[in-house]
Structures are given as structure tokens and as C-alpha cells.
Ligand binder design. Structure first.
Ligand code: MRU
Length: 364
């Protein structure tokens, strides 16, 4: 794989045809396949089936869904109800990442604020493109701020590699360009700091081993894939200097919903005095929920994702458990604020407390 692929965005509009196109993340790392999204149904399929995934990316995809709703509308574009219904359908595609509802609502508002029906399609397109650009800039700034943390650790280690553990994929595929959790890592690597990344494989869909490892490898960043349960052992043996993960929804009080298993890493990090950072753009904050454990909806996905080998046909040969055993597939968990050392945001680093978050984002 070539280095330029790391800079390939996971969503874009074809310059000639204007078609909305995405990387089909289900096919990675084996194949780089793209898919056209031509309708709201296509967008919902792509989000539900995780053709696209990762909080910032599903936000941008949802925004393009509103654009497609406006473009394909059979009802006159003066019919606001129809557009609102389509927006609701898109928002319902996945419940946990708040970026989806945030981006869809923002795009819908821009469309409905446009008095001229003919200009509505353009307004939706502009808004979706603007959200994508903002996420790119957010990633860059997260990298810029997070770099300082890695620099400090590198100094303490006198030039020995800084070992960073990450979970799932909060990289360019999830967030566009530098990613969130990966942005400080890329920034450190590009500035010549020695880093090594422990990549949790992230069962059941293996976003860590399939996607994060693919991205890091493309960029030349040294990394090792580990089983999901290995992190605690590595931490006990001084093999992890810091943890950086992404977020799908963060309360204004600092609780973090992220891929299932994140909470256990935070507990192990705390037990071993290892800094546990969450990198997130402000689009991932939920400014209404105070208690993440009771307030953040946790997606339950198809148990078959746990039961069968990922990417293989659902045949008895590919079962990972006895045919009659039930399985449960909780896709996210909540790490309470008290276990989070800090947030790396586009505006800087802050503690996981309501007051520190508010200081960084006073307008919220
Ligand atoms: O189910 P996914 O793959 O959409 O989950 C999202 C994630 O990749 C992670 O939870 C990530 O750390 C946060 S999104 C940048």
C-alpha cells in the first residue's frame, strides 16, 4: 500500500459527476473498494452496515444524506415535512455517535433557512462540504495539541520509543485525514519522535486490526496488533506509556462513550498510573447529557457479528460458538470522567470536568 492512501479521504464528491463516494471500509485491509451513495437509502445502508463508520465520518455522511434527500426530492422542495422525515430516518441509522444527529440537524437547518427552494440543494451540499472541512481542520489541531503530550513523554524516555495504546479506529478512515486518536501519533512520528502503537484488534468487527493497523502501516508508523484483552498485561509490565482513544459521544461533564472495551482499558490504565487521553473534535460533545452511563444510548448490534467469523458467509463452518448459544453485541461502553486524564480537542487540552470543558468551549 502506498503512503498517499493515508491522505485519501473516506468520503468525497466526484469532481466531474458530483456523485457522493465513500471507501467501503468493510473490504479493508484486503481491498480498497469505493461505493457511490445516490439516495437516502444508500446513506442509511452505508451507516448501518458500517461501510462508513467512526463518529465524525458518519456525521459527514449524514450531512450528505440530507443533500441527497433535497436533490432527489419528489415532493416540491417547499415541503419541509418530507425533508425533516428523511433527516429523522438518517439520524436513526446509528444511535451512539452524536455527530450524526448534530451534522444532520445542522445541514437540515441550513436547508430550511434558505427561502428559495432552488437554492436548498446547494445549501445542503455546501453545509456537508463545510462540515467535512471543519473535521479536517479539527484533526490537524488535535494533532498539534496532542503532539506536546507525546513530546514530554519522549523526553522522559530519553529518546526510547513512546508506546501508545489505542482502541478501535479513530484514524483518518473514521474522522477524515489525520483522525483524532491518531492525529497526535502522526504529528509525533512526522516530527521525528520515535513512537510505537499497540493496536487493540477490537472485536467483533476488528476496526483496530483491519483499519488502524492498515492506516499506521501506510504511514510507516511502527505498530503491533494485540488481542483485546492484552492491554492490561502490557500496562503491568511497563510496556504502555499512554493510551489515546477516540470518542463517539462525550458528555459536557466528561463521560466518554467509545467502542466497547474502552472502559476496561481506562480501568487498567488507572490501576497502572498510565495517562488515559481521549482525542475528540467538539462535534463529539453532547451538551445536553450530564450522566453518560444513564444518558448515552448504547447501540446493540446484530449478535451474528459476534457469532460468525467477520467477513465470512454465515455458514456452520464459520461459527465461532455453538450454534445454539445466544450472543450479545454491545457496541460501545461509557468510561466515566474520573478515569480520563484529559481531552485533546481542536482548541487544546483540558481535564475531563464540566468546568474545564466549559472554559475551552464557553459559547456552549
Ligand atoms: O462502531 P464504529 O466503528 O463506528 O465505532 C466508532 C469508533 O471507531 C470508535 O469508537 C472511535 O474510537 C471513535 S470514532 C472516532
Amino acid at each position: 500500500m502506498k503512503q498517499e492512501r493515508i491522505r485519501m479521504r473516506p468520503i468525497w464528491q466526484d469532481e466531474k459527476t458530483g456523485a457522493v463516494q465513500v471507501i467501503d471500509q468493510r473490504a479493508l485491509p484486503g481491498k480498497l473498494v469505493t461505493m457511490n451513495l445516490e439516495s437516502v437509502d444508500d446513506v442509511i445502508f452505508a451507516i448501518c452496515q458500517m461501510v462508513v463508520r467512526g463518529a465524525p465520518l458518519i456525521g459527514v455522511t449524514g450531512a450528505y444524506g440530507v443533500y441527497l434527500a433535497a436533490k432527489n426530492s419528489k415532493a416540491p422542495l417547499t415541503d419541509k415535512t418530507c425533508l425533516k422525515q428523511e433527516a429523522e430516518r438518517i439520524i436513526a441509522a446509528r444511535p451512539t455517535a452524536v455527530n450524526l444527529s448534530w451534522a444532520v440537524q445542522r445541514t437540515l437547518e441550513a436547508v430550511l433557512a434558505e427561502p428559495n427552494p432552488d437554492a436548498r440543494i446547494q445549501a445542503a451540499q455546501n453545509q456537508a462540504a463545510a462540515i467535512a472541512e471543519e473535521e479536517v481542520q479539527n484533526s490537524k489541531m488535535i494533532g498539534h495539541h496532542g503532539l506536546e503530550l507525546i513530546k514530554d513523554l519522549a523526553q522522559k524516555k530519553s529518546g526510547a520509543p513512546v508506546n501508545i495504546l489505542t482502541h478501535c479506529n479513530a484514524g483518518s478512515l473514521a474522522c477524515i485525514e489525520m483522525g483524532t486518536a491518531t492525529a497526535p501519533i502522526y504529528a509525533a512520528f512526522d516530527s521525528g519522535i520515535k513512537v510505537h502503537v499497540w493496536v487493540d484488534e477490537t472485536r467483533p468487527l476488528n476496526q483496530g486490526s483491519r483499519l488502524t493497523a492498515w492506516e499506521l502501516g501506510n504511514h510507516g508508523v511502527p505498530h503491533t496488533v494485540i488481542t483485546d484483552n492484552a492491554g492490561g498485561h502490557l500496562m503491568q509490565h511497563g510496556m504502555v506509556d499512554m493510551v489515546i482513544v477516540g470518542s463517539d459521544r462525550t458528555t459536557f461533564t466528561g463521560d466518554v462513550a467509545n467502542k466497547i472495551g474502552t472502559y476496561l482499558k481506562a480501568l487498567a490504565a488507572r490501576d497502572n498510573n498510565i495517562p488515559f487521553y481521549v482525542a475528540l473534535p467538539s462535534s463529539t460533545f453532547d451538551w445536553r447529557i450530564a450522566d453518560g452511563i444513564s444518558g448515552i444510548p448504547i447501540e446493540k448490534r446484530d449478535p451474528d457479528e459476534v457469532r460468525y467469523m467477520p467477513g465470512k458467509p454465515k455458514t456452520p463452518d464459520n461459527l465461532l460458538l455453538p450454534e445454539t448459544s445466544p450472543a450479545a453485541n454491545y457496541a460501545f461502553d461509557v468510561t466515566p470522567a474520573r478515569l480520563v486524564t484529559g481531552f485533546i480537542t481542536e482548541r487544546g487540552i483540558c481535564k475531563a470536568t464540566a468546568s474545564d470543558i466549559k472554559n475551552l468551549f464557553p459559547e456552549k
